[in-house]
Design a protein around this ligand. Structure first.
Ligand SMILES: [Zn+2]
Length: 267
């Protein structure tokens, strides 16, 4: 895909399913438990990729610099987005090279209205550090009901995204970034009666997220055609080799699900 043809013509979406493990994403997809995601992903489902970071800040800092998760196999993997940087070996004729020090303001310079809907603490604007990423966007949103242990966070995020997309004039191209919180700990409340997070509640959280997504894609496709990236920023450990959580070097953390999707304009 030549991103130079996409940028400027299509709406863009970057949806990070924060903390989603590749093995859980693949299993729920193959068992048909995430039907809405499956429709978006197509025949091959999730790609297995490696994240450039083991926790939210590091991974998103790389994403916003144009370094998305790379295919989990050796080789030089061309990038969709890049910033001007001499000597980059993964910038090809199909890569869109943006101005500035991050792809968000680079897309704004190409005429995009950029929207951030947070998620985890690095997007909550409650501290100077929590303002770094939202501050890249023309418009950013966070409230407790969109993050921190709210079991209905994804439903609230989608409702807000739909409202913001409807407010934007049809001829205005949009770059929407959405950091979905639900997979992150705590997620035990997605399994009734469970008091601790587990792989099973992680999976139940993904099934919850899947049920919330259709209004988002209906709103996007009412505006026009678009291109999106769905991925996780890192996985998380539930006791493997004694590890728990993320910001650590373990395959369950650095292996992430990734997909590139397209949608057409619907009446
Ligand atoms: Zn994260």
């Amino acid at each position: 895909m030549n991103m130079n043809e996409v940028v400027g013509r299509d709406d863009l979406l970057l949806l990070t399913l924060d903390t989603l493990r590749y093995d859980v994403a693949r299993k729920t997809w193959s068992e048909g438990r995430t039907p809405n995601l499956a429709r978006l992903l197509g025949r091959n489902g999730w790609q297995e990729r490696h994240s450039p970071g083991s926790f939210t800040y590091a991974a998103h800092a790389a994403f916003f610099a144009g370094f998305l998760p790379t295919p989990a196999r050796p080789g030089k993997h061309p990038r969709l987005f890049a910033l001007g940087f001499s000597g980059s070996e993964t910038t090809t004729a199909d890569t869109v090279v943006l101005d500035g020090d991050n792809i968000v303001t680079g897309l704004a310079q190409r005429g995009y209205h950029t929207i951030c809907i947070g998620g985890v603490g690095f997007f909550n604007r409650q501290t100077p550090l929590g303002q770094v990423f939202p501050g890249l966007f023309r418009e950013s949103h966070w409230s407790p009901e969109l993050g921190v242990a709210c079991p209905e966070s994804t439903a609230h995020q989608v409702r807000l995204a739909v409202r913001l997309l409807q407010r934007c004039p049809a001829q205005q191209r949009v770059f929407l970034f959405l950091n979905v919180y639900a997979l992150h700990q705590p997620n035990c409340f997605y399994l009734p009666g469970q008091a601790e997070d587990s792989l099973a509640s992680h999976q139940a959280a993904l099934e919850y997220v899947d049920r919330q997504l259709p209004p988002l894609f209906e709103a996007l496709s009412r505006r026009g055609g678009g291109f999106g990236i769905l991925c996780s920023d890192h996985g998380t450990a539930y006791g493997e080799e004694g590890y728990a959580g993320h910001r650590l070097g373990h395959p369950v953390v650095w292996t992430v699900p990734y997909a590139e999707i397209r949608w057409e304009k619907q009446p």
